[in-house]
Design a protein around this ligand. Structure first.
Ligand code: ADP
Length: 223
């Protein structure tokens, strides 16, 4: 379970102070597909970066299974990021001179899951593409490799920043279905940041941000 407790994030930009998150509280549960929606500049990426330990809040707490990661010393935060967080980005970030299987293998090795790389690629529908290099794959296939790489770590948190932003609508819908499927793992919380409100239909939990504040927070049971 991940708890954001009155999280504030301010950035200093020259002489100006920008409030990216103005006191955000929410609960994010493993086994759920959580979607963070909001217009550009509303604080979505900031929230994702804080959850992933890529940055620290200005104030407030981020509890991951009861531990406040915002109070971790740098070394421990790096370990958290490496071990417990899987990232999926808009532009895949695959290593170009490694095959799909090798790209997944790197992440799997970090957590001793190397033998599972092929199985995980098959789970995302890429059984026949394991020996291909990224430039031999379509955008949707590259994103599936990136998802496989992220889940090979068996992360507590799978964080996805606009994962379908570079894909056509049909391919994007397929990627959302794959991510939804990943959230069936009871140990993994899947959190997706997107502009695309259509994805709310398959989400278990929808958090809407505007101007750095939560304006709606609904789980499927009470939607
Ligand atoms: P979103 O992901 O919803 O587009 P962001 O979280 O990227 O929103 O940004 C929220 C606000 O914080 C914006 O006003 C943005 O300009 C500002 N911001 C984000 N990152 C930085 C940064 N590193 N330095 C200064 N301002 C930032």
């Amino acid at each position: 379970m991940i708890i954001l407790d009155n999280v504030v994030k301010k950035y200093n930009s020259g002489s100006e102070e920008i409030s990216a998150l103005g006191g955000v509280s929410a609960e994010i549960k493993p086994g759920e597909f959580t979607v963070i929606l909001g217009p550009s500049g509303s604080g979505k990426s900031t929230m994702l970066n804080l959850l992933g330990g890529m940055d620290r809040p200005t104030s407030g707490r981020i509890l991951v299974d009861g531990e406040d990661i915002s109070a971790y010393p740098d070394r421990k935060l790096t370990d958290y990021r490496r071990r417990d967080v899987g990232f999926v980005f808009q532009f895949y970030n695959l290593v170009e001179n490694l095959t799909a299987l090798e790209n997944v293998g790197i992440a799997a090795n970090l957590n001793g899951n190397a033998d599972k790389s092929a199985e995980i690629l098959a789970d995302v529908g890429l059984a026949g593409r394991m020996e291909n290099f990224p430039n031999q794959l379509s955008g949707g296939e590259m994103q599936r490799v990136a998802i496989a790489r992220a889940i090979a770590k068996s992360p507590k948190l799978l964080l996805c920043d606009e994962p379908t932003g570079a894909l056509d609508v049909t391919t994007g819908a397929r990627i959302f279905e794959i991510l939804k499927n990943c959230s069936k793992n009871p140990d993994t919380a899947v959190v997706v940041v997107t502009h695309n409100p259509d994805v709310a239909a398959i989400a278990d939990h929808v958090i809407r941000l505007r101007d750095g504040r939560i304006i709606a927070d609904k789980t499927a049971a009470c939607a």
